[in-house]
Design a binder for this molecule. Sequence first.
Ligand code: NAD
Ligand code: TYD
Length: 353
Amino acid sequence: MILVTGGAGFIGANFVLDWLAQGDEAVVNLDLLTYAGNLENLQSLDGHPRHLLVQGDIGNRELVAPLLAQHQPRAVLHFAAESHVDRSIHGPGDFIQTNIVGTFHLLEAVRGYWQALSPARQAAFRFLHVSTDEVFGSLDAEASAFTEQHPIVPNSPYSASKAASDHLVRAWHHTYGLPTLTTHCSNNYGPFHFPEKLIPLLIVNALAGKPLPVYGDGLQVRDWLYVKDHCSALRCILQAGSPGQTYNIGGNNEKTNLEIVHTVCALLDLLRPRADARPYSSQITHVTDRPGHDRRYAIDAGKLARDLGWQPAETFDTGIRQTVQWYLDHPDWVAHVQSGAYRDWVQKQYRSD
Ligand code: NAD
Ligand code: TYD
């Protein structure tokens, strides 16, 4: 079996659902169920014989060490994190606590477990650390995409905390020999994405007739990857990646934020036209830019393609269409995530605009 941390969040839940659908191995899912952890993401697994959800903190060694000893996973996939850049600007403390201190405690619990395994099981064990392209900082318009050799120069409290956790993982491999794999993925989108992030925020605001907030000039560039392609890359790296290595994961889909907004609006115009037949783009509103906003991210995923043969299955056109359709098909999920706590966040973040 495998142990997943953060498997009730956006990417973790997609990973757990795909994992259970595609194989016969069980998953222990350790998640603190913060505001970002959502049991409704896992509703289809109610009563599933190979899924065990354990509510708890990755930083709680008294919980994690016995959990590992009891379930004897052959791998740990570490998704759990505070993940939203804007929240990290308002309050970096939780990011330091979970992403750095929490990852440290998790690594120590895993090291204790791993060191007690037989040599054969030690060799087969993997700790896969799910990180982000944001640790590489910001690129100029003409600069080459991030390779695995790019300097680690994070700019936001979020990316700095992720970079710190990457360094811990690297050191636990180098010093103790823990068989680690680290991945740097670009922006994900798809089902179960919490609507504090750009794409789901656009969809839910558009349908509610609210402004579509574009930070600054909207010409910032991100690479976008459909979440199920991220999950397939992680399965591939878990199976065939070399311990101690890092792998970039990307979708070859560099887009400005304005291109994203117009694409989402055009799809909604087609699939769910406004009652007054006006285009959803009429709701676009430019708002104050994010402090320290990274201008461009771009991922060179050539190593993953060359060494392990991985390619994304979806183009941006096919992935974004499925995503918009998923939100239209799941109004209850959307209504439930927009709880009191969510409304408080939206008020805090967008109040002056
Ligand atoms: P998310 O915020 O949707 O989910 C995070 C999950 O971790 C939640 O279920 C939350 O309850 C859980 N969690 C938080 N603190 C915890 C703790 N102390 N102990 C146990 N569980 C805890 O995040 P996501 O978008 O699914 O991202 C998952 C991982 O992928 C993160 O490590 C993130 O840095 C990385 N990543 C995300 C993206 C993206 O576009 N979303 C891109 C690249 C990498
Ligand atoms: P986000 O989804 O928060 O991901 P990240 O900051 O990790 O890349 O934001 C994606 C891009 O969209 C980023 O450049 C910030 C921008 N953005 C907006 O313009 N308006 C918004 O309301 C949000 C949430 C993001």
